[in-house]
Design a protein around this ligand. Structure first.
Ligand SMILES: C[C@](O)(CO)[C@H](O)COP(=O)(O)OP(=O)(O)OC[C@H]1O[C@@H](n2ccc(N)nc2=O)[C@H](O)[C@@H]1O
Ligand SMILES: Nc1ncnc2c1ncn2[C@@H]1O[C@H](COP(=O)(O)OP(=O)(O)OP(=O)(O)O)[C@@H](O)[C@H]1O
Length: 313
């Protein structure tokens, strides 16, 4: 347990995630699918600011930034659910006003809601002086969603179970990613359902991480990583949004080393050879008018972290 004093205002920076490999097994009795995935946190961030309400126990949320209109501000917001969970579990009397500055696409397959929830756990832990350990935070993260525990840890990690059992993996160097953010989102349950519809279940094997992916990460070579990427949900996302196939091909034609759907989509991710090629690719994609917006980001980066307070005199 670390003995950190509570604060009246905390800002936590929370990264988006991508899946470098995503292998999906047959559905479990509880409806979830067993996965073996290699996550990477990338430098595309939401900032969650939490301000203490010590006069009542209310929890509120306001959203600003690129995707503000697409995010709910009621109790279905995953950040609100994270604060409610800690408040109920630890009998907290105080409340919190949350503000989320969003840059991560909503329903884009980049764990935007999950990372806001992870950030809120970290922020409320400090704000309410709960002094929860990383292990306790991980436990609560898993109650909120399959991707949330990874968003706490960040870097590059293996996800097992339904994705919530996270173990850090060795990765060398920095990779340069470009994201084509589509208009509209895709619902994660719909994409898993489409995958089940598309493949004969009796032939589906237990999920596995490709050994060449682990070697590529150890080598730090983008060329090796390019041929080791995989995503079982890609075919399902393309079945629901066929036009994304053209975006993937366009990126390859413009020199991307690899192109893949991010998680459950519809964001398309591209691996570039270096930062300069990433800029060139981003410009080509933006000028093509094939997507709502284009972003570039490096990975890996750490998980949800408290930003140092700016001291003003
Ligand atoms: C697509 C990924 O982002 C890849 O990392 C995740 O598997 C999805 O994780 P998530 O958005 O945190 O998903 P959750 O909030 O836990 O679950 C939402 C829904 O997605 C489906 N789901 C999710 C995870 C999983 N391993 N199997 C599933 O079938 C289920 O229908 C579930 O009800
Ligand atoms: N804080 C939040 N930010 C974004 N969406 C949220 C949030 N809280 C709840 N939602 C809801 O969750 C849905 C999924 O959004 P999210 O951005 O988390 O999807 P995603 O990135 O595809 O998720 P994942 O990659 O984990 O499957 C949205 O349509 C939105 O209604």
């Amino acid at each position: 347990m670390c003995d950190v004093p509570p604060s009246a205002e905390v800002t936590v920076r929370a990264p988006a995630k991508i899946n470098l490999g995503l292998s999906v097994g047959p559905p479990r009795p509880d409806g979830f699918h067993p996965v073996a995935t290699v996550y990477q946190a990338v430098a595309l961030y939401d900032d969650v600011t939490a301000v203490l309400r010590d006069d009542d126990g209310e929890i509120s949320v306001e959203i600003s930034g690129d995707f503000a209109d697409d995010v709910p501000t009621d109790e279905t917001n995953l950040a609100v659910r994270a604060a409610q969970l800690l408040q109920a579990e630890y009998d907290v009397d105080e409340g919190v006003d949350l503000t989320i500055r969003k840059t991560i696409p909503v329903a884009g397959g980049m764990a935007g809601g999950s990372t806001d929830a992870a950030a809120t756990l970290v922020a409320c832990n400090r704000l309410w002086g709960l002094q929860l350990t990383q292990t306790e935070l991980q436990h609560h993260a898993a109650e909120l969603g399959s991707d949330v525990p990874f968003c706490l840890v960040g870097h590059t990690a293996l996800g097992q179970g339904r994705g919530e059992q996270v173990t850090e993996v060795m990765s060398r160097g920095t990779f340069h990613w470009v994201f084509a953010i589509a208009d509209g989102g895709l619902s994660t349950p719909d994409v898993y359902r489409e995958l089940d519809r598309m493949r004969p279940l009796r032939r589906v094997e237990a999920p596995q991480v490709r050994p060449e992916l682990m070697s590529a990460l150890l080598s730090g070579q983008p060329g090796a990583l390019a041929v080791a990427l995989s995503n079982d949900l890609q075919a399902a996302a393309l079945s629901l949004r066929p036009e994304l196939g053209e975006t993937l091909q366009f990126g390859l034609d413009q020199g991307a080393l690899a192109a893949q759907i991010s998680g459950s989509g519809p964001t398309c991710l591209f691996l570039a050879a270096d930062s300069r090629s990433a800029v060139d690719l981003a410009v080509e994609l933006a000028e093509s008018g094939r997507c709502r917006m284009v972003r570039q980001a490096e990975g890996p980066v750490p998980g949800a972290r408290i930003l140092p307070a700016i001291v003003s005199r």
